[in-house]
Design a binder for this molecule. Structure first.
Ligand SMILES: Oc1ncnc2c1N=NC2
Length: 207
């Protein structure tokens, strides 16, 4: 099912958002409430799959920090309510791969390169759906017991190989979105909804 092929997004006057972005966003593509409900559902799947394992969550910064925090919170809440706790540790890795709204393809890791804490662990990589190939290859070199990927957004690219994402938040067309920790040159991370950037916004914050 193509979730968002010709989805026009919600008009701005239906939801609240930071006033300073008023002219910079085109529409509200995925409202915060919808993101949270979807994330809760993904937490259910993860609880079912990781039943008795402890999870080592590898959060991909910066874009993945909101999704990761909410996903881990839901895993904790679901565990408490079903009296089945999943011990969850979180580590962080920073990837920088976008300049303006263009992926620079060369994925370089900023910060901790040594992921030996993953050895023999069950690892859940939480990311916003950037190209996972290079990161997965790097993670595999530390011989984790099992790796699963949770991606908030998976973009439908023309030559997309099978998706490397085990838990997909939303499959969307290949368009640049901001908000919910997704940035455009470090702006819009403080926006709760996932929105489409307007031309004004693209020009205003262009580097
Ligand atoms: O659409 C996007 N918007 C912001 N940041 C990223 C995006 N895709 N990968 C990283």
């Amino acid at each position: 099912m193509k979730d968002f092929d010709d989805w026009p997004g919600y008009s701005l006057d239906l939801f609240t958002y930071p006033e300073h972005y008023h002219d910079d966003i085109e529409n509200i593509y995925i409202p915060h409430g919808v993101i949270m409900n979807r994330t809760e559902r993904l937490a259910h799947y993860i609880m079912d799959d990781f039943r008795d394992d402890n999870i080592m969550v590898l959060c991909v910064l910066k874009g993945g920090y909101k999704f990761c925090a909410d996903l881990v919170e839901f895993i904790k809440i679901l565990g408490r309510n079903s009296n089945k706790y999943l011990e969850t540790r979180v580590e962080f890795i920073r990837l920088k791969s976008y300049l303006n709204d263009q992926s620079t393809e060369d994925l370089h890791i900023i910060g901790c390169q040594d992921l030996s804490f993953l050895r023999g662990k069950v690892c859940a990589i939480v990311d916003t759906g950037k190209t996972m190939k290079a990161l997965l290859k790097h993670v595999e070199t530390f011989e984790p017991k099992m790796v699963k990927v949770a991606g908030l957004l998976v973009k439908r690219l023309p030559n997309m190989a099978e998706s490397l994402t085990d838990y997909v938040g939303f499959e969307i067309p290949n368009r640049f979105v901001v908000g919910y920790a997704l940035d455009y040159n470090e702006y819009f991370r403080d926006l709760n909804h996932i929105c489409v950037l307007s031309r004004t916004g693209k020009m205003k914050y262009k580097i």
